[in-house]
Ligand binder design. Structure first.
Ligand SMILES: Nc1ncnc2c1ncn2[C@@H]1O[C@H](COP(=O)(O)OP(=O)(O)OP(=O)(O)O)[C@@H](O)[C@H]1O
Ligand SMILES: [Mg+2]
Length: 474
């Protein structure tokens, strides 16, 4: 992991690139130098060989004229005596190309085989040939005297070993120098990468800190040109960001306060409005009685009683909605809760000729919750469904099922449905389309389901019906 990070770092890549470039240049330059050096050395060796061959041919003239083979042999041998002598093999031929004398430096060179040479029509001067396998030059030249022309031939083998050993020495020096250059290159690359990247690394750290929420921090401005510009821009951005976040936060706080005030205002207005209607009718009945100077009739009293009940109901609903969550939760069997609600609402269903289609889980669906609050939830939903089918024949289906670790209760009616424009308002407190409705049913339902970590979803098609799906985590 750590190595991968190093390999991927720009500093590493830059220094490796510089090292590779330096190494490649060193190899190319070295190769060129060695090639030139070799050419020069070869040229020198050939000239030297040519010179030796010419001198030796002069020395051989006399003994060759008098056919003193022994003398020729000692001459040839003399030329190879010293350790440094270039000549390692020598042959002398007569003018017809017949070998007269042959000498060699040591046994190793006895096996040398001279390449073919045209004795009949020799080229003027020294002819130089190379051995395809051995490090040897073959030099051949006719031995001429002014009076009678060619009297024989001298052929020499010259070793290239000195050339190779000199080249080896040059190579060795070159390797040492190359290694030093590459090392310096890598060091230089690392140093440059560090120098170039340091400001970027500092910036990178700064960006990370801002990302972690340290708004308003500033990085030290190092480097030159674009990098310096970048650091300055980063610092400006960081400060601006801090200011911006602060202003957004305070705007949000203000908004939340305003929203809360607005909600309280709307809610109070709703409560006041709901209470005003029954109060007005009570006041009217009492004023009429007062004007007529008559006591309240029995009918008036029962109307007033109804209106007071209504106020009581509204206040109860309001308190239930405004009350903080009740912590008391036990194991609740949802099938039982639904059965209780059905028992209470069955007379109303009979009244409206509503058919009940009931599909309950055979395994008891138990959730953690508040029995009374959950009963109120399903009572609200089922009452809404019955009211939606009021006065008409219809079917109410109630189904419980489990899926994905959830318990689902689906309540479906074939009532008038909810118009699309109302669908997003039905959970608002006091939203009602009914003459006697408070509009608190679904608002309370939503709140209670939320307190049970559940979800409610309502789908509705006008004139077809409404489906309410409630999910609780099991
Ligand atoms: N199953 C349903 N079919 C058609 N409309 C529905 C259904 N359920 C709710 N609504 C619509 O949503 C509105 C709000 O419902 P909610 O239960 O909150 O109040 P309400 O039923 O009007 O009054 P309350 O519950 O106090 O009697 C209803 O007035 C009605 O217009
Ligand atoms: Mg309702």
């Amino acid at each position: 992991m750590r190595f991968k990070k190093i390999f991927n770092s720009i500093a590493f890549r830059i220094s490796v690139t510089i090292a590779v470039v330096v190494a490649a240049s060193a190899v190319a330059v070295g190769w060129l130098i060695l090639r030139e050096e070799r050419k020069t050395l070869e040229f020198e060796l050939r000239s030297k060989g040519r010179y030796i061959a010419e001198i030796m041919s002069h020395h051989v003239v006399e003994p060759l004229l008098y056919e003193e083979r022994h003398e020729i042999f000692s001459l040839l041998q003399g030329s190879m005596k010293s350790e440094e002598s270039l000549v390692v093999y020598a042959e002398v031929y007569d003018k017809n190309g017949e070998l007269i004398v042959k000498a060699f430096k040591n046994e190793k060179f006895n096996k040398l085989k001279m390449p073919p040479y045209n004795f009949k029509d020799p080229i003027d001067g020294v002819d130089i040939q190379e051995d395809s396998k051995l490090p040897v030059y073959y030099l051949s030249l006719p031995i001429n005297i002014e009076t009678s022309g060619t009297i024989g031939f001298l052929r020499l083998g010259i070793t290239k070993e000195f050339l190779y050993s000199t080249l080896e020495g040059v190579k060795r020096k070159f390797y040492l120098l190359g290694a030093a250059v590459i090392f310096v290159g890598i060091m230089l690359g690392l140093w440059m990468a560090r120098k170039v990247l340091r400001p970027i690394l500092i910036l990178n750290k700064g960006v990370r800190r801002v990302g972690e929420g340290e708004l308003g921090i500033e990085v030290p401005v190092v480097g030159e040109g674009e990098i310096k510009e970048l650091a300055l821009s980063f610092n400006r951005m960081s400060v601006k960001l801090k200011e911006l976040i602060h202003s957004i936060q305070s705007a949000q706080e203000h908004l939340v306060r305003t929203e809360k005030l607005y909600a309280v205002g709307e809610f109070s207005a709703g409560v006041a409005h709901e209470i005003k209607n029954p109060l007005t009718s009570i006041k009217m009945l009492m004023q009429t009685a007062k004007q007529k100077k008559e006591p309240l009739s029995n009918m008036d009293i029962s109307i007033i009683e109804g209106e007071i009940n209504r106020i009581n109901h509204i206040v109860k609903q309001f308190l239930a909605f405004a009350r903080p969550e009740k912590a008391e939760k036990t194991d609740v069997n949802i099938n039982n809760v639904l059965e209780e609600v059905i028992t209470v609402t069955r007379p109303k269903m009979k009244q409206s000729t509503i058919k009940l289609d009931q599909k309950f889980l055979s395994r008891e669906p138990i959730i953690k919750g508040n029995h009374d609050a959950l009963k109120q939830v399903f009572l609200n939903i089922i009452l809404n469904a019955i009211q939606a089918m009021d006065g008409r024949e219809g079917t109410l289906s109630i189904e419980t099922s489990t899926n994905n670790g959830n318990l689902s209760v689906v309540i479906k009616d074939t009532g008038g449905g909810i118009p699309k424009k109302d669908l997003k308002k039905i959970f608002n407190p006091f939203f009602t389309t009914k003459k006697d409705g408070t509009g608190m049913g679904l608002a309370l339902t939503y709140k209670t389901i939320n307190e049970h970590s559940g979800k409610i979803k309502i789908d509705s098609k006008p004139w077809i019906g409404t489906t309410v799906k409630v999910d609780f985590p099991l």
